[in-house]
Design a protein around this ligand. Structure first.
Ligand code: ATP
Ligand code: MG
Length: 272
């Protein structure tokens, strides 16, 4: 069966597992615009998978299909060996998929801590009634949620700004808080839409390190969209290249870098 491809070992000795997410023949249309045209690719357990391509190629649309924001007109989404029926984003989140957005989506007036706590919502089982009836359980849940969030705050080194309203933070730190909120969901698969866009060199280095650490220490599988080819080459195990909604390349960073169609469509031209 296609979704039990043998695990493999990367050049630097990391173990990559079986197929976690399998996108099969995905087509997504907006009216007359075909944003994704019959694309198939997979994401394996433990890998960092990059999606690259020019502006308007369909990269964000692809993440939006994975996260359940859009349901494709054609094709199948397989997750953890099962075909996924059309789902709402909150249902996908409950399956263990979290994301950040190309344009930061945080609550500016709320503190860093409270923003990150919103990432725990998918784990909260106690509704208001349950909280009234089973006070103990709700309290235990609250303690557990706090502990997860505190661990992530330490991990991403944002203790000093925990009480700061997000709206007052510089851009680079907002992006880090958004990553923290996504991690608070303890996702199996983390989707990052241009996590380093608009950052200076130092901020990019910090973010790259955090992404690698998340992958390494939590074992989180990561799919990320990124324009900076240096970052893509450094971080990713495999790369999917999109252009005008089509897939034009798929392989290790060095394979796609030497792919003539990829060079012509993307690598050979200036882009942001
Ligand atoms: N909600 C929408 N309604 C209509 N068209 C859309 C919508 N979202 C995306 N598109 C169109 O789909 C195509 C792919 O857009 P998408 O945002 O996925 O590209 P992208 O590769 O993420 O680009 P960028 O690098 O600029 O972020 C574009 O032509 C875009 O205009
Ligand atoms: Mg995009």
């Amino acid at each position: 069966m296609k979704d039990t491809v043998a695990p493999y070992t990367t050049a630097d000795g990391r173990q990559i597992g079986d197929v976690l997410m399998d996108m099969r023949g995905i087509t997504l249309r907006f009216g007359g615009v075909e944003a994704i045209k019959d694309i198939s690719f997979d994401i394996r357990e433990g890998e960092i998978r990059a999606i690259i391509g020019p502006n308007g190629a369909g990269k964000s649309s692809m993440l939006n299909v994975i996260s359940g924001f859009y349901n494709p007109q054609d094709g199948e989404v397989w997750f953890r060996g099962a075909k996924r029926p059309p789902m709402k984003p909150y249902q996908v989140a409950r399956q263990g998929i979290a994301r950040t957005f190309q344009n930061i989506a945080l609550f500016d007036g709320m503190s860093v801590l409270d923003n990150i706590m919103t990432g725990r919502l998918t784990h909260m089982k106690s509704g208001l009634l349950a909280q009234a009836v089973w006070k103990g359980r709700a309290e235990r849940e609250e303690v557990e949620n706090r502990a997860v969030v505190e661990r992530i705050i330490d991990f991403l080194e944002i203790q000093a700004i925990r009480k700061t309203p997000v709206g007052r933070l510089p851009y680079g730190l907002k992006k880090r808080v958004e990553l923290a909120r996504a991690l608070a969901a303890e996702p199996k698969l983390l989707l990052l839409d241009e996590p380093m866009a608009g950052m200076n060199v130092e901020e990019k280095e910090d973010m790259s390190r955090f992404i690698l650490d998340v992958n390494d220490e939590f074992g989180t599988t990561i799919a990320l969209i990124e324009h900076d080819m240096g970052v893509v080459m450094d971080l990713s195990d495999r790369v999917v290249v999109m252009d005008y909604g089509r897939k034009i390349g798929d392989g290790t960073p060095s394979e796609v870098r030497n792919n003539q169609e990829v060079i012509d469509a993307y690598l050979g031209v200036a882009h942001d």
